[in-house]
Design a protein around this ligand. Structure first.
Ligand code: FES
Length: 139
């Protein structure tokens, strides 16, 4: 093997090591950033009905985002995303007004998620909810 041959061999080895190293670094980063698949996204959340105050709301995490259940005046339960549709702040429950208020820019939402005032362009996302045997199931 001549000098050119050794140089080519050396460059091929260095290139191979660089590719393997880049893959070893990139894989965990990409798998961390990629959206989760499988059970996590299909999992439902169960909350005992007694944990929901009669005139109140209960916040929880749903698929990694803030969500809320609220008992409406007619006694039924609604589940909503608690992420404001304006710029993504988490809404708060105002029991006296019976509505959600966004602390960032004053957006207001009904217990059905409808926009009552402020800058939010669309309603809060409704989540599927069922109530059975004293358990509220979201998702
Ligand atoms: S982020 Fe909610 S009103 Fe602006």
């Amino acid at each position: 093997m001549g000098q050119e041959g050794r140089r080519l061999f050396l460059m091929t080895c260095i290139g191979g090591v660089a590719v393997v190293t880049a893959g070893a670094v990139a894989y965990p980063v990409i798998s961390y950033l990629a959206p989760r698949k499988g059970k996590d996204n299909s999992a439902s959340v169960s909350i005992p009905e007694k944990d929901l105050p009669p005139d109140g709301a209960k916040f929880f995490q749903y698929h990694g985002k803030a969500a809320v259940i609220v008992r409406k005046k007619d006694g039924s339960v609604t589940a909503l995303s608690a992420v404001c549709t304006h710029l993504g702040c988490i809404v708060q429950w105002e029991a006296q007004k019976g509505q959600f208020i966004c602390p960032c820019h004053g957006g207001q939402f009904s217990t059905d998620g409808k926009v009552l005032g402020g800058p939010p362009p669309k309603p809060l996302e409704l989540l599927k909810v069922t109530v059975a045997n004293g358990v509220i199931t979201i998702g």
